[in-house]
Design a protein around this ligand. Structure first.
Ligand code: C2O
Ligand code: CU
Ligand code: CU
Length: 477
Protein backbone atom coordinates (compact mmCIF):
# COMPACT_ATOMS: atom_id res chain seq x y z
CA UNK A 1 0.00 0.00 0.00
CA UNK A 2 1.20 3.37 -0.74
CA UNK A 3 -0.04 6.28 1.22
CA UNK A 4 -0.38 4.33 4.37
CA UNK A 5 3.14 3.32 5.30
CA UNK A 6 3.24 -0.16 6.58
CA UNK A 7 6.47 -1.42 7.99
CA UNK A 8 6.94 -5.13 7.37
CA UNK A 9 6.61 -7.02 10.63
CA UNK A 10 9.11 -9.59 11.71
CA UNK A 11 8.53 -12.40 9.27
CA UNK A 12 9.25 -15.06 11.88
CA UNK A 13 6.36 -14.08 14.10
CA UNK A 14 3.97 -14.08 11.20
CA UNK A 15 5.16 -17.44 9.94
CA UNK A 16 4.63 -18.80 13.41
CA UNK A 17 1.09 -17.49 13.49
CA UNK A 18 0.25 -18.87 10.08
CA UNK A 19 1.82 -22.18 11.09
CA UNK A 20 -0.24 -22.35 14.27
CA UNK A 21 -3.34 -21.62 12.22
CA UNK A 22 -2.42 -24.38 9.80
CA UNK A 23 -1.70 -26.96 12.47
CA UNK A 24 -5.16 -26.37 13.87
CA UNK A 25 -6.55 -27.54 10.54
CA UNK A 26 -4.77 -30.86 9.96
CA UNK A 27 -4.08 -34.06 11.87
CA UNK A 28 -6.31 -37.10 12.12
CA UNK A 29 -8.23 -36.94 15.38
CA UNK A 30 -8.42 -33.24 15.50
CA UNK A 31 -11.20 -31.79 17.60
CA UNK A 32 -13.88 -29.77 15.78
CA UNK A 33 -12.98 -26.14 15.13
CA UNK A 34 -13.80 -23.70 17.91
CA UNK A 35 -13.83 -20.19 16.54
CA UNK A 36 -16.22 -18.43 18.89
CA UNK A 37 -15.39 -14.91 19.91
CA UNK A 38 -15.66 -14.19 23.64
CA UNK A 39 -19.22 -13.48 24.77
CA UNK A 40 -20.05 -9.82 24.12
CA UNK A 41 -16.69 -9.26 22.41
CA UNK A 42 -17.86 -6.27 20.32
CA UNK A 43 -20.74 -5.00 22.48
CA UNK A 44 -19.00 -1.67 23.13
CA UNK A 45 -18.27 -1.15 19.46
CA UNK A 46 -21.00 -2.69 17.32
CA UNK A 47 -22.61 -0.12 15.06
CA UNK A 48 -26.23 -0.54 13.99
CA UNK A 49 -26.93 -1.19 10.31
CA UNK A 50 -29.47 1.08 8.64
CA UNK A 51 -32.76 -0.77 8.25
CA UNK A 52 -33.55 -2.08 4.76
CA UNK A 53 -37.10 -0.91 3.98
CA UNK A 54 -37.38 -2.85 0.73
CA UNK A 55 -37.83 -6.62 1.12
CA UNK A 56 -36.90 -7.32 -2.53
CA UNK A 57 -33.59 -9.13 -2.95
CA UNK A 58 -30.95 -7.05 -4.69
CA UNK A 59 -32.44 -3.77 -3.47
CA UNK A 60 -31.53 -1.94 -0.29
CA UNK A 61 -33.66 1.04 0.66
CA UNK A 62 -32.55 3.10 3.60
CA UNK A 63 -33.89 6.26 5.17
CA UNK A 64 -31.42 8.84 6.39
CA UNK A 65 -32.20 12.04 8.18
CA UNK A 66 -29.55 14.61 9.02
CA UNK A 67 -30.36 16.34 12.28
CA UNK A 68 -28.83 17.82 15.37
CA UNK A 69 -29.11 15.41 18.29
CA UNK A 70 -28.02 15.45 21.89
CA UNK A 71 -25.37 12.80 22.37
CA UNK A 72 -23.28 11.94 25.41
CA UNK A 73 -19.86 11.70 23.81
CA UNK A 74 -17.90 12.73 26.89
CA UNK A 75 -19.35 10.88 29.90
CA UNK A 76 -21.54 13.23 31.92
CA UNK A 77 -21.76 15.90 29.21
CA UNK A 78 -24.37 16.49 26.56
CA UNK A 79 -23.23 17.62 23.12
CA UNK A 80 -25.38 18.79 20.24
CA UNK A 81 -23.81 16.63 17.57
CA UNK A 82 -24.74 16.77 13.87
CA UNK A 83 -25.92 13.28 13.06
CA UNK A 84 -27.52 10.94 10.60
CA UNK A 85 -30.58 9.39 12.31
CA UNK A 86 -29.47 10.70 15.71
CA UNK A 87 -26.38 8.48 15.81
CA UNK A 88 -22.65 9.07 15.95
CA UNK A 89 -21.39 7.70 13.57
CA UNK A 90 -24.45 7.43 11.34
CA UNK A 91 -25.94 3.96 10.76
CA UNK A 92 -23.87 1.60 8.67
CA UNK A 93 -25.18 1.12 5.15
CA UNK A 94 -24.72 -2.49 4.15
CA UNK A 95 -25.29 -4.00 0.74
CA UNK A 96 -24.05 -6.80 -1.46
CA UNK A 97 -21.95 -6.22 -4.52
CA UNK A 98 -24.27 -5.46 -7.43
CA UNK A 99 -27.21 -4.35 -5.25
CA UNK A 100 -29.29 -1.32 -6.11
CA UNK A 101 -29.21 1.12 -3.18
CA UNK A 102 -31.89 3.74 -2.67
CA UNK A 103 -31.33 6.35 0.02
CA UNK A 104 -34.29 8.52 0.94
CA UNK A 105 -32.67 11.47 2.59
CA UNK A 106 -34.11 14.40 4.52
CA UNK A 107 -32.23 17.41 5.77
CA UNK A 108 -33.26 18.72 9.19
CA UNK A 109 -30.02 20.57 9.82
CA UNK A 110 -30.00 24.34 10.20
CA UNK A 111 -28.16 24.62 6.85
CA UNK A 112 -27.93 23.06 3.40
CA UNK A 113 -26.13 19.76 2.89
CA UNK A 114 -25.59 16.89 0.42
CA UNK A 115 -24.30 13.33 0.73
CA UNK A 116 -21.19 12.08 -1.02
CA UNK A 117 -20.55 8.32 -1.27
CA UNK A 118 -16.81 8.22 -0.76
CA UNK A 119 -15.16 5.49 -2.83
CA UNK A 120 -18.35 4.13 -4.41
CA UNK A 121 -18.26 4.20 -8.21
CA UNK A 122 -21.68 5.77 -8.67
CA UNK A 123 -22.95 7.91 -11.59
CA UNK A 124 -21.75 11.52 -11.49
CA UNK A 125 -25.25 12.83 -10.79
CA UNK A 126 -25.31 10.83 -7.52
CA UNK A 127 -21.88 11.96 -6.32
CA UNK A 128 -23.17 14.65 -3.99
CA UNK A 129 -20.99 17.61 -4.92
CA UNK A 130 -22.38 21.05 -5.71
CA UNK A 131 -21.23 20.58 -9.30
CA UNK A 132 -23.75 17.81 -9.86
CA UNK A 133 -26.65 18.59 -7.56
CA UNK A 134 -28.43 21.49 -5.90
CA UNK A 135 -27.71 21.86 -2.19
CA UNK A 136 -30.45 20.20 -0.16
CA UNK A 137 -31.91 23.01 1.92
CA UNK A 138 -33.25 22.57 5.47
CA UNK A 139 -36.63 20.83 5.33
CA UNK A 140 -35.92 19.43 1.85
CA UNK A 141 -35.13 15.91 0.76
CA UNK A 142 -33.34 14.05 -2.00
CA UNK A 143 -33.40 10.49 -3.25
CA UNK A 144 -30.04 8.96 -4.05
CA UNK A 145 -30.15 5.81 -6.11
CA UNK A 146 -27.29 3.81 -7.58
CA UNK A 147 -25.81 0.36 -8.00
CA UNK A 148 -22.81 -0.64 -5.91
CA UNK A 149 -20.36 -2.36 -8.27
CA UNK A 150 -17.51 -3.13 -5.86
CA UNK A 151 -17.07 -4.87 -2.52
CA UNK A 152 -15.19 -2.93 0.12
CA UNK A 153 -15.28 -0.51 3.03
CA UNK A 154 -16.61 2.85 1.91
CA UNK A 155 -18.26 5.75 3.69
CA UNK A 156 -20.65 8.63 3.34
CA UNK A 157 -20.40 12.27 4.38
CA UNK A 158 -21.63 15.72 3.34
CA UNK A 159 -19.94 17.64 0.54
CA UNK A 160 -20.99 21.18 1.43
CA UNK A 161 -18.97 22.93 4.11
CA UNK A 162 -17.64 19.45 4.60
CA UNK A 163 -14.95 20.37 7.13
CA UNK A 164 -17.58 21.86 9.46
CA UNK A 165 -20.25 19.24 8.83
CA UNK A 166 -17.99 16.18 9.03
CA UNK A 167 -16.24 17.75 12.02
CA UNK A 168 -19.61 18.09 13.80
CA UNK A 169 -20.37 14.37 13.38
CA UNK A 170 -21.83 13.73 9.93
CA UNK A 171 -20.29 10.51 8.65
CA UNK A 172 -21.04 6.81 8.50
CA UNK A 173 -19.62 3.61 7.04
CA UNK A 174 -20.88 1.92 3.88
CA UNK A 175 -19.91 -1.73 3.67
CA UNK A 176 -20.37 -3.65 0.45
CA UNK A 177 -20.00 -7.37 0.91
CA UNK A 178 -18.97 -9.97 -1.60
CA UNK A 179 -20.52 -13.15 -0.34
CA UNK A 180 -19.63 -15.10 -3.47
CA UNK A 181 -15.93 -14.59 -4.02
CA UNK A 182 -14.44 -13.82 -0.64
CA UNK A 183 -12.95 -16.45 1.62
CA UNK A 184 -14.06 -16.16 5.27
CA UNK A 185 -11.58 -13.82 6.92
CA UNK A 186 -12.76 -13.69 10.52
CA UNK A 187 -15.56 -11.95 12.39
CA UNK A 188 -16.05 -8.42 11.19
CA UNK A 189 -15.26 -5.48 13.42
CA UNK A 190 -16.01 -2.14 11.83
CA UNK A 191 -13.92 0.67 13.31
CA UNK A 192 -14.89 4.20 12.34
CA UNK A 193 -12.12 6.37 13.71
CA UNK A 194 -12.53 10.12 13.98
CA UNK A 195 -12.26 13.05 16.33
CA UNK A 196 -14.50 15.84 17.53
CA UNK A 197 -13.92 19.18 19.25
CA UNK A 198 -15.86 19.32 22.53
CA UNK A 199 -15.49 22.16 25.03
CA UNK A 200 -15.62 21.80 28.81
CA UNK A 201 -19.33 22.62 28.93
CA UNK A 202 -20.09 19.97 26.33
CA UNK A 203 -20.60 22.36 23.43
CA UNK A 204 -18.99 21.74 20.07
CA UNK A 205 -15.83 23.69 19.36
CA UNK A 206 -16.79 26.28 16.71
CA UNK A 207 -16.16 24.92 13.21
CA UNK A 208 -13.94 27.90 12.37
CA UNK A 209 -11.92 27.95 15.59
CA UNK A 210 -8.51 29.66 15.30
CA UNK A 211 -9.42 31.22 11.95
CA UNK A 212 -6.79 30.99 9.21
CA UNK A 213 -4.48 29.04 11.48
CA UNK A 214 -7.11 26.32 11.87
CA UNK A 215 -7.75 26.19 8.13
CA UNK A 216 -4.09 26.07 7.24
CA UNK A 217 -3.03 23.42 9.75
CA UNK A 218 -6.28 21.44 9.74
CA UNK A 219 -8.41 21.24 12.86
CA UNK A 220 -8.00 18.21 15.08
CA UNK A 221 -10.80 17.68 17.60
CA UNK A 222 -9.98 17.41 21.30
CA UNK A 223 -11.51 13.92 21.55
CA UNK A 224 -10.42 10.95 19.47
CA UNK A 225 -13.31 8.58 18.84
CA UNK A 226 -13.69 4.99 17.76
CA UNK A 227 -17.27 4.34 16.68
CA UNK A 228 -18.28 7.52 18.47
CA UNK A 229 -16.73 6.41 21.77
CA UNK A 230 -13.74 7.46 23.80
CA UNK A 231 -11.36 4.56 24.47
CA UNK A 232 -13.78 1.65 23.91
CA UNK A 233 -12.82 -1.99 24.44
CA UNK A 234 -12.94 -4.96 22.09
CA UNK A 235 -12.39 -8.46 23.42
CA UNK A 236 -10.55 -11.16 21.59
CA UNK A 237 -9.47 -14.72 22.11
CA UNK A 238 -6.22 -16.28 21.00
CA UNK A 239 -6.64 -18.30 17.83
CA UNK A 240 -9.94 -16.70 16.78
CA UNK A 241 -9.51 -14.30 13.85
CA UNK A 242 -11.08 -10.87 13.55
CA UNK A 243 -11.41 -8.86 10.38
CA UNK A 244 -11.11 -5.18 11.12
CA UNK A 245 -12.51 -2.69 8.65
CA UNK A 246 -10.94 0.60 9.65
CA UNK A 247 -11.95 4.00 8.32
CA UNK A 248 -10.48 7.39 9.12
CA UNK A 249 -13.47 9.74 9.06
CA UNK A 250 -11.73 12.60 10.86
CA UNK A 251 -11.93 16.02 9.32
CA UNK A 252 -8.14 16.57 9.42
CA UNK A 253 -6.45 14.15 11.82
CA UNK A 254 -4.26 11.28 10.63
CA UNK A 255 -4.71 8.00 12.50
CA UNK A 256 -1.64 5.87 13.13
CA UNK A 257 -1.73 2.89 15.46
CA UNK A 258 -0.09 -0.39 16.35
CA UNK A 259 -1.47 -3.35 18.31
CA UNK A 260 1.20 -4.25 20.86
CA UNK A 261 1.94 -7.96 21.08
CA UNK A 262 -0.42 -8.98 18.30
CA UNK A 263 0.28 -9.79 14.67
CA UNK A 264 -1.54 -7.65 12.13
CA UNK A 265 -1.93 -8.42 8.46
CA UNK A 266 -3.09 -5.80 6.02
CA UNK A 267 -5.58 -7.45 3.69
CA UNK A 268 -7.29 -4.52 2.03
CA UNK A 269 -7.71 -0.81 1.66
CA UNK A 270 -9.95 1.77 0.00
CA UNK A 271 -11.24 -0.41 -2.80
CA UNK A 272 -11.69 -3.79 -1.13
CA UNK A 273 -9.22 -6.61 -0.61
CA UNK A 274 -5.63 -6.28 -1.80
CA UNK A 275 -4.12 -8.82 -4.12
CA UNK A 276 -2.19 -10.50 -1.31
CA UNK A 277 -1.81 -10.22 2.48
CA UNK A 278 0.90 -7.96 3.89
CA UNK A 279 2.07 -8.38 7.50
CA UNK A 280 2.51 -4.96 9.11
CA UNK A 281 3.75 -3.46 12.37
CA UNK A 282 1.40 -0.51 12.29
CA UNK A 283 -1.21 1.24 10.23
CA UNK A 284 -1.39 4.85 9.17
CA UNK A 285 -4.52 6.29 7.63
CA UNK A 286 -4.83 9.79 6.24
CA UNK A 287 -8.33 11.30 6.45
CA UNK A 288 -10.64 9.42 4.09
CA UNK A 289 -8.49 6.28 3.83
CA UNK A 290 -9.50 2.76 4.83
CA UNK A 291 -7.60 -0.37 5.80
CA UNK A 292 -8.77 -3.93 6.24
CA UNK A 293 -6.81 -5.90 8.80
CA UNK A 294 -6.72 -9.55 9.69
CA UNK A 295 -5.91 -10.12 13.32
CA UNK A 296 -5.40 -13.65 14.56
CA UNK A 297 -4.62 -13.05 18.23
CA UNK A 298 -1.84 -14.88 20.01
CA UNK A 299 -1.98 -15.39 23.76
CA UNK A 300 -0.99 -12.31 25.68
CA UNK A 301 -2.04 -9.52 27.94
CA UNK A 302 -4.86 -7.00 27.50
CA UNK A 303 -3.37 -3.87 25.95
CA UNK A 304 -4.20 -0.28 25.16
CA UNK A 305 -3.88 0.31 21.44
CA UNK A 306 -1.84 3.50 21.21
CA UNK A 307 -2.64 6.33 18.86
CA UNK A 308 0.81 7.18 17.53
CA UNK A 309 1.90 10.56 16.27
CA UNK A 310 1.53 10.51 12.49
CA UNK A 311 3.75 13.60 12.33
CA UNK A 312 2.11 15.04 9.23
CA UNK A 313 4.03 18.28 9.84
CA UNK A 314 7.39 16.48 9.78
CA UNK A 315 8.58 17.93 13.07
CA UNK A 316 11.93 16.77 14.42
CA UNK A 317 10.40 14.95 17.41
CA UNK A 318 7.35 12.76 17.69
CA UNK A 319 4.66 13.41 20.27
CA UNK A 320 4.16 10.69 22.82
CA UNK A 321 1.38 8.23 22.03
CA UNK A 322 -2.22 8.86 23.08
CA UNK A 323 -4.78 6.13 23.77
CA UNK A 324 -7.08 4.91 21.01
CA UNK A 325 -8.90 1.80 22.25
CA UNK A 326 -8.42 -1.27 24.42
CA UNK A 327 -7.90 -4.83 23.31
CA UNK A 328 -8.91 -7.23 26.04
CA UNK A 329 -7.43 -10.68 25.51
CA UNK A 330 -9.71 -12.94 27.48
CA UNK A 331 -8.45 -15.68 29.73
CA UNK A 332 -10.02 -18.63 27.87
CA UNK A 333 -8.46 -21.60 26.13
CA UNK A 334 -7.37 -20.57 22.65
CA UNK A 335 -9.69 -21.17 19.72
CA UNK A 336 -8.95 -23.89 17.18
CA UNK A 337 -9.20 -24.47 13.49
CA UNK A 338 -8.72 -21.04 11.91
CA UNK A 339 -8.06 -21.42 8.20
CA UNK A 340 -4.77 -19.97 7.01
CA UNK A 341 -5.08 -16.75 5.08
CA UNK A 342 -5.14 -17.41 1.36
CA UNK A 343 -1.98 -16.28 -0.40
CA UNK A 344 -4.13 -14.55 -2.97
CA UNK A 345 -7.04 -12.49 -1.65
CA UNK A 346 -8.38 -10.90 -4.81
CA UNK A 347 -7.72 -10.79 -8.52
CA UNK A 348 -6.49 -7.31 -9.28
CA UNK A 349 -5.45 -6.87 -12.88
CA UNK A 350 -2.58 -4.53 -13.57
CA UNK A 351 -3.66 -1.55 -15.62
CA UNK A 352 -2.61 -1.46 -19.24
CA UNK A 353 -0.93 1.93 -19.44
CA UNK A 354 0.18 1.78 -23.07
CA UNK A 355 -0.88 4.99 -24.73
CA UNK A 356 -2.03 6.49 -21.43
CA UNK A 357 -2.33 10.25 -21.23
CA UNK A 358 0.01 11.80 -18.66
CA UNK A 359 -0.82 14.68 -16.35
CA UNK A 360 0.85 16.49 -13.47
CA UNK A 361 -0.99 17.49 -10.34
CA UNK A 362 0.84 19.59 -7.79
CA UNK A 363 -0.47 20.26 -4.29
CA UNK A 364 1.07 23.63 -3.48
CA UNK A 365 0.88 26.76 -1.44
CA UNK A 366 1.27 30.43 -2.12
CA UNK A 367 1.74 33.60 -0.15
CA UNK A 368 3.53 34.59 2.99
CA UNK A 369 3.73 32.32 6.03
CA UNK A 370 1.16 34.36 7.97
CA UNK A 371 -1.64 33.90 5.50
CA UNK A 372 -0.57 31.28 3.00
CA UNK A 373 -3.23 29.77 0.78
CA UNK A 374 -3.32 26.19 -0.43
CA UNK A 375 -4.13 25.06 -3.92
CA UNK A 376 -3.60 22.73 -6.84
CA UNK A 377 -1.51 23.53 -9.94
CA UNK A 378 -1.27 27.23 -9.02
CA UNK A 379 -5.01 27.70 -8.51
CA UNK A 380 -5.89 28.52 -4.90
CA UNK A 381 -9.63 29.13 -5.11
CA UNK A 382 -10.77 25.64 -6.08
CA UNK A 383 -11.49 26.74 -9.64
CA UNK A 384 -9.04 24.51 -11.48
CA UNK A 385 -10.80 22.35 -14.05
CA UNK A 386 -9.14 19.58 -16.03
CA UNK A 387 -10.82 17.56 -18.71
CA UNK A 388 -10.36 13.97 -19.78
CA UNK A 389 -12.08 11.41 -22.01
CA UNK A 390 -14.27 8.53 -20.91
CA UNK A 391 -12.89 5.01 -21.37
CA UNK A 392 -9.26 6.09 -21.35
CA UNK A 393 -6.41 5.44 -18.95
CA UNK A 394 -4.46 8.35 -17.48
CA UNK A 395 -1.26 8.43 -15.48
CA UNK A 396 -1.16 11.25 -12.97
CA UNK A 397 2.10 12.38 -11.46
CA UNK A 398 1.24 13.74 -8.02
CA UNK A 399 3.61 16.04 -6.16
CA UNK A 400 3.44 18.02 -2.95
CA UNK A 401 5.57 21.15 -2.84
CA UNK A 402 4.36 22.28 0.59
CA UNK A 403 6.09 21.33 3.84
CA UNK A 404 3.31 19.10 5.20
CA UNK A 405 1.46 15.95 4.20
CA UNK A 406 -1.74 16.15 2.14
CA UNK A 407 -3.99 13.22 1.16
CA UNK A 408 -5.02 13.32 -2.51
CA UNK A 409 -8.55 11.98 -3.09
CA UNK A 410 -10.31 11.41 -6.42
CA UNK A 411 -14.07 11.00 -6.62
CA UNK A 412 -15.80 8.31 -8.63
CA UNK A 413 -12.84 6.20 -9.76
CA UNK A 414 -10.35 3.81 -8.27
CA UNK A 415 -6.72 4.09 -9.15
CA UNK A 416 -3.60 2.01 -8.60
CA UNK A 417 -0.38 3.48 -7.31
CA UNK A 418 2.30 2.67 -9.88
CA UNK A 419 5.24 3.92 -7.86
CA UNK A 420 6.36 6.32 -5.14
CA UNK A 421 9.68 7.96 -5.98
CA UNK A 422 10.13 5.15 -8.47
CA UNK A 423 9.48 2.29 -6.03
CA UNK A 424 6.52 -0.01 -6.59
CA UNK A 425 4.13 -0.51 -3.64
CA UNK A 426 4.48 -3.91 -1.89
CA UNK A 427 1.02 -5.14 -2.91
CA UNK A 428 -1.38 -4.29 -5.67
CA UNK A 429 -4.62 -2.65 -4.52
CA UNK A 430 -7.35 -0.28 -5.62
CA UNK A 431 -7.36 3.11 -3.96
CA UNK A 432 -9.25 6.38 -4.02
CA UNK A 433 -7.02 8.27 -1.59
CA UNK A 434 -3.24 8.44 -1.33
CA UNK A 435 -1.12 10.44 1.08
CA UNK A 436 1.34 12.86 -0.49
CA UNK A 437 4.52 13.43 1.50
CA UNK A 438 6.48 16.63 0.73
CA UNK A 439 9.03 16.15 -2.06
CA UNK A 440 7.77 12.67 -2.95
CA UNK A 441 6.44 11.86 -6.40
CA UNK A 442 3.53 9.45 -6.56
CA UNK A 443 2.44 8.09 -9.94
CA UNK A 444 -1.06 6.67 -10.19
CA UNK A 445 -2.92 5.03 -13.07
CA UNK A 446 -6.63 5.78 -13.39
CA UNK A 447 -8.83 3.74 -15.69
CA UNK A 448 -11.80 5.94 -16.55
CA UNK A 449 -14.97 4.18 -17.57
CA UNK A 450 -18.04 5.60 -19.30
CA UNK A 451 -19.39 7.64 -16.38
CA UNK A 452 -19.10 11.07 -17.93
CA UNK A 453 -19.60 14.15 -15.80
CA UNK A 454 -18.03 16.40 -13.22
CA UNK A 455 -15.77 14.68 -10.71
CA UNK A 456 -13.91 16.32 -7.91
CA UNK A 457 -10.40 15.73 -6.60
CA UNK A 458 -9.02 17.38 -3.51
CA UNK A 459 -7.01 17.20 -0.35
CA UNK A 460 -8.99 15.13 2.18
CA UNK A 461 -7.81 17.26 5.07
CA UNK A 462 -11.21 18.87 4.77
CA UNK A 463 -10.06 22.21 6.15
CA UNK A 464 -7.62 22.32 3.23
CA UNK A 465 -10.24 21.39 0.67
CA UNK A 466 -12.39 24.24 1.91
CA UNK A 467 -9.38 26.56 1.79
CA UNK A 468 -8.94 25.89 -1.94
CA UNK A 469 -7.03 22.62 -2.28
CA UNK A 470 -9.65 21.20 -4.59
CA UNK A 471 -10.29 20.93 -8.30
CA UNK A 472 -12.61 19.41 -10.86
CA UNK A 473 -12.18 16.83 -13.53
CA UNK A 474 -14.62 17.04 -16.41
CA UNK A 475 -14.91 13.61 -17.94
CA UNK A 476 -16.28 13.86 -21.47
CA UNK A 477 -17.45 11.19 -23.92
CU1 C2O B 1 -14.59 11.89 1.12
CU2 C2O B 1 -14.70 14.75 -1.78
O1 C2O B 1 -14.63 13.26 -0.37
CU1 CU C 1 -14.91 11.10 -2.30
CU1 CU D 1 -4.06 19.25 2.61
Amino acid sequence: MSSARFAPRSAALVLLVLLVAQLGGCGEEEPPPDLRQPVGWDDALRLPDAEDHDPAPGVVEVHLEARVAEVEVVPGLTTEVWTYNGMLPGPTLRAKKGDRVVVKFENHLPEATTIHWHGLRVPAAMDGTEHVQKPIEPGEGFEYSFTVPDAGTFWYHPHIRSSAQVGAGLYGAFVVEDAVEEAPLGDELLLVMSDIGIEEDGSLTPADSSGWFGDYFGREGSKVLVNGKILPTVSARAGVPQRWRVLNAARSRYIRFAVPGQPLVLIGGDGGLSESPLPVDEVKLAPGERAELYMLPVEGEPVVIPLLDANRFHLPTEEKPKELMRLDLVDEPPGRGAQPLPARLAEIASIDTRGAQGRSVEFMQQGDPEGAVLGINGQTDGSLMLSARTNTVEIWTLTNTTNYDHPFHLHGFFFQVLDIDGAEPPVRAWRDTVNLVPEETVRIAIPFDDRAGMWMFHCHILDHADLGMMAMLHLMP
